[in-house]
Design a protein around this ligand. Structure first.
Ligand code: FAD
Length: 619
């Protein structure tokens, strides 16, 4: 037996070509002339065959890599006479039809600076459990990957340190925050009804019952997940997982409601793994260890309603929690280093949100840093400094509750990834390609741990890609094995009151990047439904390509909505972008009347010049 390199043969005039499909994997027995990878240039696609028969030892390339003649594709274990061969003579490449339905991904999966790939440890012990796919982490990414892989016929083990599946999203994120935000929205809505002659009087708030309501919502969903895991025969293992080799993970059992370790350990052997270990809230180092200083998890625990609350960080999570606490009676301050709240959304949308919410805040401190905090009997005394040279900062303030909402950090450095050979960046992210594959070809990563935006719907989409690629590779199904993260856009929503939602290119980005767009902006003051609801402060905005190449029929590039239920409507704009719709496609789609969703059709008509629900455009 000998190990030889299989190289890219003469591929004609092409200096560099991109790999669009990897057709084999380590462990495969292949014949001479069998196709190994498909590459694509701007002119043609071709399959690169193997010059020898043998067993694939190691893939030296991955999807998306650029290769040229002489690049090593893989190492192959060959029998007998090949023993002395170092580099096999490459066989010629075979052109194929362009891969059907391939589209490049305009959503860039952020890649952190290159890290040096660690060398995997070799695990010499015996495994307690064996599986096709090991999924580490039971959040939206992990459970979706596990369920999809099981539905595709694979033997799956799902490792989660907490008693309930669902991760941050179901237990301490998306769902509990929305359960509380719904209650807050109804309270605010009811208070507006006095203008329509209906008065319920001032609400009385029972925080314990409200907390119980939120817990019930969580329990319903996490209980449902446990049942679905059973139905799919996904083995869930409770415990803290850490890699001990490239194909083994050790799980230390945890118990109780937290992650208390019992000392009992189990080793799981896997063919493929998906890392979905998520992220955790960033804690500022100078913050005192005091129950009056909380992160989003602490805020969701809803121990009591403070009189004065400081939100550190003017992003979505902080402002959502602030909305809840302020409706329940707290006065808010917010401190933000940047020059505006809710970064990422267009400023005109945020301005409307801010005007509607001004009454909740005593101070909105922009371009301001928090530089110190100390616990005193009266409260947490917080000190500020200007974020920019020459700026001014407010005097220290005392708060009953301080919410740290300054971002989340990935859990990449806590799973001994290096023992599996998986590279983790300095910040704890794991870089992946568009198939969610790490630098180790049989190990994938998804969700918050692979980068921004840290959103549950992104994690689920990535989960399905990883599970499909794995099933395709293990079952020899080329179509599944070619799955990739090809989404053009990922929507964002602030579930505040009003909601702010956006997707694709924003107007501010278009301006900054010099992209010429035609805007259709529909004010909700012209929406029958918004007026009937007593909530006509919103706007719906669509942006269409207005470059000369679009010849006046430009496709939609982005959109944003501020207004009640904006989050429920943004999906239509995302679909329009994915489908490459133009203003006529959207405007001529009959939207039901009277709905808030109609505002999307009307914004398109405004861009097109055919809207009859607003005054005529000035000639
Ligand atoms: P996680 O949900 O973090 O799950 C990772 C899981 O892995 C956890 O269960 C963890 O216990 C487990 N784990 C980690 N390490 C190990 C280990 N070594 N061994 C065993 N188990 C391990 N997103 C939205 O899309 N919409 C929203 O409205 C929204 N609201 C949010 C509100 C708040 C307050 C917060 C904090 C987040 C919110 N998010 C929202 C973000 C969303 O929760 C995350 O993007 C999502 O949960 C990421 O999913 P994930 O599977 O990557 O990771």
């Amino acid at each position: 037996m000998a190990i030889i390199d299989i190289q890219v043969p003469d591929i004609g005039d092409f200096a560099e070509v991109a790999i669009i499909e990897v057709l084999v994997q380590p462990g495969d027995t292949i014949k001479a002339e069998q196709s190994l990878i498909t590459v694509e240039s701007d002119k043609a696609s071709m399959e690169i065959p193997s010059s020898h028969a043998g067993v694939v030892k190691e893939l030296k390339v991955k999807l998306g890599d650029k290769i040229a003649e002489g690049s090593v594709v893989l190492t192959l274990e060959v029998a007998g006479a090949g023993a002395a061969v170092q580099a096999a003579a490459p066989a010629p490449a075979a052109p194929v039809a362009a891969a059907a339905g391939q589209k490049t991904s305009p959503v860039t999966i952020p890649q952190a600076p290159e890290s040096i790939n660690p060398v995997a440890s070799s695990f010499a012990g015996t495994a307690d459990v064996e599986c096709d796919v090991l999924v580490l982490g039971g959040g939206p990414g992990g459970y979706s990957a596990a369920f999809r892989a099981a539905d595709l016929g694979l033997k799956v083990v799902l490792v989660e340190r907490y008693a309930q599946l669902g991760g941050v999203c179901l237990n301490v994120g998306c769902i509990p925050s929305k359960a509380l935000l719904h209650v807050a929205a109804v309270m605010d809505e009811v208070s507006h009804l006095s203008a329509a002659g209906i008065d319920f009087g001032a609400p009385t708030v029972n925080v314990d019952t409200l907390r119980g309501h939120k817990e019930k919502v969580i329990g319903k969903l996490t209980g449902g997940l446990a049942a679905m895991a059973k139905m799919r025969k996904v083995t869930t293992v409770r415990g803290y997982g850490a890699f001990v080799g490239a194909n083994h993970i050790e799980v230390e059992e945890t118990t109780g409601t937290g992650q208390e370790k019992t000392g009992s350990k189990k080793v799981i052997a896997f063919q493929k793994a998906i890392i979905a270990a998520g992220s955790q809230a960033v804690r500022l180092p100078f913050m005192p260890d005091d129950p009056r200083v909380v992160d989003s998890t602490g805020a969701l625990a809803l121990k009591e309603v403070p009189k004065r609350m400081l939100i550190l960080g003017g992003g979505i999570i902080g402002l959502e929690m602030g909305t809840v606490y302020s409706t329940l009676g707290a006065r808010l301050d917010v401190v933000e280093m940047m020059d505006g709240l809710m970064q990422g959304a267009d400023r005109d949308l945020v301005k409307i949100w801010q005007k509607m919410n001004a009454k909740r805040f005593d101070n909105i401190m922009l371009k301001t840093k928090t530089v110190g905090a100390k616990a005193t009997p009266e409260g947490i005394e917080v000190t500020f400094a200007p974020a920019e040279e020459g700026g001014t900062a407010p005097a220290p303030q005392v708060y009953d509750l301080v919410l740290q909402a300054v971002g989340r950090t990935p859990n990449g450095k806590k799973i001994a990834a290096e023992k599996a050979g998986v590279a983790v960046t300095d910040r704890g992210f794991i870089n992946v390609d568009i198939q969610m594959r790490t630098n180790v070809p049989h190990i994938f990563a998804i969700g918050d741990i692979v980068g921004q935006p840290m959103l549950a719907h992104k994690a689920v989409h990535e989960a399905h890609v990883a599970a499909e690629v794995i099933a395709g590779e293990l079952q020899g199904n080329k179509e599944l094995a070619a799955a990739a993260f090809n989404a053009r856009v990922i929507p964002s929503v602030a579930y505040t009151d009003p909601e702010v939602a956006w997707v694709g290119l924003t107007e501010d980005q278009a301006k900054a990047q010099g992209i010429k767009v035609k805007k259709g902006l529909f004010p909700w003051t012209a929406s029958g439904r918004a007026i009937a609801n007593g909530r006509d402060e919103g706007v719906t905005k669509l942006l269409f390509d207005d470059s000369p190449e679009a010849h006046g029929h430009g496709k939609i590039l982005g959109g944003g909505i501020v207004g009640t239920h904006a989050g429920d409507m943004i999906g239509e704009i995302a679909l329009a972008i994915e489908m490459g719709a133009d203003a006529v496609d959207i405007g001529k789609t009959i939207h039901p009347h009277p709905t808030l969703g109609e505002s999307i059709g009307m914004a398109a008509e405004i861009a097109h010049g055919s809207c009859t629900d607003v005054p005529p455009a000035r000639k």
